[in-house]
Design a protein around this ligand. Structure first.
Ligand code: PLP
Length: 425
């Protein structure tokens, strides 16, 4: 039995190893993913992952937190500096957890909120299937202009005046252009609505000052994941104005988190430091890569959304692939060539099971050092494969070849050989 179990364990490790191999030889274009530096990877495997530290820095419920306090104090300080935030809570263990805590803090049962619908790019956590149902909130969707792929500013103001929501939830998962936060601020004040900005996708761009600046535009709270364009360990964060400090902190602990994940906190602190040093260069290259990639795909013949607006101002590109068989078929064909993307609903979609689009994110390719010329090569490869029904194996060989020179993580202090998995004895 013991022998069998050892074989089982070895087979689990072997699967992880093969997963590493796949991602060392693929083009990762999922817009919500990224890769951490080697230091962060090692910290995630540290003893911190075994510990509890309920409470605040210097005021813990358990003993043994001396060094945890040092780490957490730095994570909080770096985040406040990087985002020029009056207060920060680094305890949420995911982006959804951060949203749950924020809405727990800022709404009461029966309140009305406004957020993006899922086909218009909203995240499932702000839909009727998730937190609004959990908290008993009435949900209205922002009026959306599918041509502009953004919230319709004028209609939004009318909707806020007539619906009188108590909270506006900006941000989304299909997120090409900055949302009209400053436009909403005055009317939000008139009706007494708070503004929350879910930056899960764009936190790394905000850190690098290339997207929008939610606090300066009028947001009171920013919720976020810490692992999409912000290239940290998987987790969540809430940034807020000083006057909301106590409400947010209480809604996080003891409201919705008991122990926060301390290995994540150490990794977050390191990533914040990396972003202070390299964030502007990284974010600028992401925007350049996204625009060049979108233009090249468009020239190949893909129906890239929003040509009239330069396609995108974020890390994302949306492509309508209905004529090529729909999002699912295209995503599967690309996967067979080691190009990893996801099917995505577009505003025009009626059937949530049949997305007509794909979503591409260039943040991880940027993080491993790819620039304009690689974006053009990948667009041409996708054109051959999808538009000219090219050979999948040949394309896969091409991808593996292209990846050979991109095995290090850039924009950090120690990214060499980022996909190697350590020996396990
Ligand atoms: C990804 C995402 C989340 C959820 O983040 P998790 O860390 O996966 O829980 C929340 N909001 C938006 C807009 C997202 O894109």
């Amino acid at each position: 039995m013991a022998g069998d179990m050892h074989a089982e364990i070895q087979s689990i490790v072997a699967s992880v190893r093969r997963h590493h191999e796949l991602f060392a030889n693929a083009l990762p274009l999922i817009a919500s993913e990224n890769i951490t530096s080697n230091t962060v990877k090692m910290l995630l495997a540290s003893d911190l992952s075994h510990r509890y530290a309920e409470g605040e820095v210097g005021r813990r419920f358990y003993q043994g937190c001396r060094y945890i306090d040092e780490i957490e104090e730095k994570a909080i300080r770096y985040a406040k500096e990087l985002f020029e935030a009056e207060h920060v809570n680094i305890k949420p263990i995911s982006g959804v957890n951060a949203n749950i805590a924020a809405l727990f803090a800022l709404t009461s049962v029966g309140d009305r909120i406004m957020a993006l619908s899922i086909p218009d790019g909203g995240h499932i956590s702000s839909s009727k299937y998730s937190i609004p149902a959990l908290r008993g909130l009435k949900l209205d969707n922002f009026p959306f202009d599918a041509q502009e792929m953004n919230i319709d500013g004028a209609q939004m103001l009318r909707a806020i005046k007539s619906k009188k929501p108590s909270l506006l939830m900006f941000g989304g998962s299909l997120f090409l252009f900055p949302h009209p936060v400053s436009e909403a601020r005055e009317v939000a004040d008139e009706v007494g609505a708070r503004i929350v900005y879910d930056a899960s996708h764009v936190l790394g761009l905000i850190a690098g000052h290339t997207f929008q600046d939610p606090f300066r535009e009028g947001a009171e709270v920013i919720t976020s994941s810490t692992h999409k364009t912000f290239p940290g360990p998987q987790g969540g964060i809430i940034l807020c104005r000083a006057n909301l400090r106590e409400r947010i902190d209480r809604a996080v602990f003891p409201g919705t988190v008991s122990n926060h994940h301390l290995h994540h906190i150490a990794g977050l602190a390191v990533t914040l430091a990396e972003m202070s040093a390299f964030g502007e260069a990284y974010a600028a290259q992401i925007i350049t890569n996204a625009k060049v990639f979108a233009q090249a795909l468009y020239e190949e013949g893909f129906e890239v959304l929003c040509e009239h607006k330069g396609f995108t101002e974020s890390h994302q590109i949306a492509v309508d692939v209905q004529k090529q068989g729909g999002g699912a078929a295209v995503a599967q064909k690309l996967e067979r060539a080691n190009i990893i993307i996801n099917k995505n609903l577009l505003p025009s979609d009626k059937d949530p099971e049949e997305p007509s689009g794909i979503r591409l994110g260039v943040q991880e390719l940027t993080r491993i050092g790819m620039k304009e010329s690689e974006m053009k090569e990948i667009a041409a490869l996708m054109g051959r494969l999808i538009l000219k029904d090219g050979d999948e194996d040949q394309a896969k060989g091409y991808v593996i070849d292209l990846r050979k020179n991109f095995q290090d993580v850039q924009y950090c202090f120690d990214g060499t050989d980022a996909y190697t998995f350590p020996e396990i004895r």
